[in-house]
Design a protein around this ligand. Structure first.
Ligand code: SF4
Length: 306
């Protein structure tokens, strides 16, 4: 049977969880995030009307139109999505609040709102579709671009990036994860775990901009082309309660040649990595992030009230 026609326990097909047709560039990572949302909701047997979608401005913020067409949503003001989500959640705490944002929306104009949503442990799933550029305004560097990243028209970024994962950990977020738009096997379980979490759940999603990312001049990791990322990002740790489907491999290092020369080393989290240990998460990110991209559930605190 066509997987799109397979019915879940509610009798709904994947099609019932889709939205309007995407107008993003063909191949944009954000459309893969959309597909992951659709799959996660379908597999969790959630009724579409129980979700509320909130977003700001940017290519990323258009994503909410492309899934759960039968649920409510608002495309709000640049960087102000967390305020809208806070107000809505205060009025109706029964819904699943899903915020989709970008690195520009969250880490520049909206960074104050992002910080206070975390501080309040607002009960929502907050996804950042992170590509290091402002795609909607023709590819300027965002605050998550690496030093040394080269833009499409040749400029080189000289400012250090803000890492939303480290920032969220510092601010006391109770669920902190990173995924990759090209790896649904990992991203869907992360989304399901985040939706089940009571409190603020961040998933920073590396989501390539196929129009404006150009990794040829970059010196290290972050968020760029599929060619760059596919060999280096793998499934890591997510808790068993989330009905894990992501595959593990035992710890160990692999060295991957990069298309612009040099190598990047990947070391997966060990099976016994404990995401309830915040200090360990900090330590891991500080020691590994210089040459690697870590994905998976890095931290969870199920004790703090939302
Ligand atoms: Fe996606 Fe980049 Fe196109 Fe925006 S400009 S839709 S981020 S590929």
């Amino acid at each position: 049977i066509d997987k799109h026609l397979r019915r879940n326990k509610l009798g709904l097909t994947v099609r019932d969880y889709e939205g309007v047709m995407s107008t993003l560039c063909a191949g944009c990572g954000h459309d893969s995030v959309t597909a992951a949302f659709v799959q996660a909701f379908h597999e969790m047997n959630l009724e579409p009307h129980r979700a509320a979608k909130v977003s700001g401005i940017g290519c990323s913020s258009k994503t909410t139109a492309y899934f759960l067409g039968q649920s409510s949503g608002i495309n709000s003001v640049h960087g102000r999505m967390p305020s809208v989500a806070t107000g809505a959640a205060a009025v109706n705490p029964e819904l699943y609040y899903i915020g989709v944002s970008g690195d520009g929306d969250s880490l520049s104009i909206g960074i104050g709102q992002f910080a206070h949503a975390i501080r309040r442990n607002l009960n929502m799933l907050y996804c950042i579709e992170n590509n290091g550029v402002y795609g909607l305004t023709k590819g300027q560097f965002s605050a998550s671009a690496d030093i040394g990243t080269r833009a499409k028209y040749g400029e080189v970024n000289e400012q250090p990036p803000i890492d939303p994962v480290l920032l969220a950990l510092s601010l006391g977020a109770t669920f902190v994860a990173r995924g990759f738009s090209g790896d649904k096997k990992q991203l869907v379980p992360l989304m399901k775990a985040a939706l089940a979490h009571k409190g603020f759940a961040l998933i920073d999603i590396v989501s390539p901009c196929v129009t404006f990312n150009d990794h040829a001049g970059s010196t290290k990791s972050y968020a760029h082309t599929y060619e760059y990322y596919h060999p280096v990002i793998h499934a890591d740790f997510v808790p068993e309660e989330a009905e894990i489907t992501a595959e593990y491999q035992d710890g160990g290092a692999i060295t991957v040649p990069m298309h612009h020369g040099g190598n990047v080393t990947l070391r997966k989290l060990d099976r016994d990595y404990d995401p309830r240990d915040r200090d360990q998460a900090f330590q891991l990110l500080r020691t590994r992030e210089g040459s690697e991209v870590l994905t998976g559930l890095l931290y969870i605190d199920e004790t703090r009230p939302d």
